[in-house]
Write a protein that binds this ligand. Structure first.
Ligand SMILES: Nc1ncnc2c1ncn2[C@@H]1O[C@H](COP(=O)(O)OP(=O)(O)O)[C@@H](O)[C@H]1O
Ligand SMILES: [Mg+2]
Length: 278
């Protein structure tokens, strides 16, 4: 058209400029959907958060006496995400001063049972009682303050071994830790760490071995003098030395609290008052 004289260069320049604007706006319109979708989702999540009930809603009782008994009454449990029941018709009673072994194959629901015991999940049906009080009515914080757990996945914080042991303890200090280590005959063991109690742990458990991390977590749990101590697989995935240490201490320790040991290996655990098989 320009060659034929029907269109001037000026017109053509304006045309190009404007058409580029039209295209870019249309493109923006086309992508608006992909931008706005995640926004909608986020708004939905915000509403879900705002509507969430606190985990202590309806839990008005405080556990302000030592835990003397734990009782499960026909407890069934399945996770929301699956159809299959993990625990079915579980009943037992544990009293203070007892050492309990919960045994069962991998995947049988042992760790799940612990999650129920500390109120992280609620039984699908059936009841759990602490001191004859229904867990559904017990304030979670007042319950968890009385329970010490060494879980399967140990997490240590950045800091020294001592700081990690004292983490969360308000009225314990270095002396208490040293005394306990002495009682457990672990003084030499701890001294073998590069700087003893002052050994730095950098990230998670880097700086100490898996077995040492387990022992540190164990000392942390024992120091706090809880009413219930739960050890999830304390002797399963550890080296022979750590296993021996754990067994020796667990065996020799007289306890006025409740000690729950979870394990799929039962070899060496012969100091138990009661075995619960899942
Ligand atoms: N958060 C979860 N959501 C759905 N299923 C789970 C969850 N945690 C564990 N499970 C399933 O529950 C069963 C029991 O798991 P778990 O209690 O960890 O067993 P154990 O500790 O005895 O090895 C397994 O089949 C596992 O896959
Ligand atoms: Mg487990």
């Amino acid at each position: 058209m320009i060659l034929k004289g029907q269109f001037t260069i000026g017109l053509y320049t304006s045309f190009s400029l404007y058409i580029a604007k039209v295209f870019s706006s249309t493109q923006a319109l086309a992508t608006i959907g992909t931008i706005i979708k995640p926004v909608c989702l986020s708004i939905e999540r915000i509403y879900q958060l705002l509507d969430m009930q606190g985990e202590n809603s309806g839990k008005h009782e405080y556990l302000n006496r030592k835990i003397e008994s734990i009782e499960l009454n026909n407890v069934d449990f399945k996770y929301n995400t699956s159809e299959e029941y993990v625990l079915k018709n579980l009943s037992f009673k544990i009293s203070k001063g007892k050492k309990i072994l919960i045994k069962g194959e991998n995947g049988s629901g042992k760790s799940t049972l612990i999650k129920l015991l500390i109120g992280l999940y609620t039984p699908t049906s059936g009841k759990i009682f602490y001191n004859r009080l229904n867990i559904e009515r017990i304030n979670n914080k007042s319950l968890r303050n009385r329970i010490g757990i060494v879980s399967q996945n140990i997490f240590l914080f950045r800091g020294t071994v001592l700081e990690n042991i004292l983490y969360g303890q308000t009225n314990r200090n270095r002396e208490h830790v040293e005394k306990l280590i002495d009682q457990f005959m672990l003084t030499e063991y701890i001294h073998r760490l590069p700087r003893g109690l002052d050994t730095e742990i950098s990230q998670n458990t880097a700086g100490v071995s898996g077995g040492q991390a387990q022992v540190i977590a164990f000392i942390r749990a024992m120091l706090s003098n809880k009413d219930v101590i739960i050890l999830d697989e304390p002797i399963s995935n550890v080296d022979a030395e750590t296993r021996e240490i754990m067994l020796r201490i667990l065996k020799s320790r007289k306890t006025s609290s409740i000690l729950i040991i979870i394990s799929h290996i039962t070899k060496g655990i012969d100091f138990i008052d009661k075995i619960i098989e899942i």
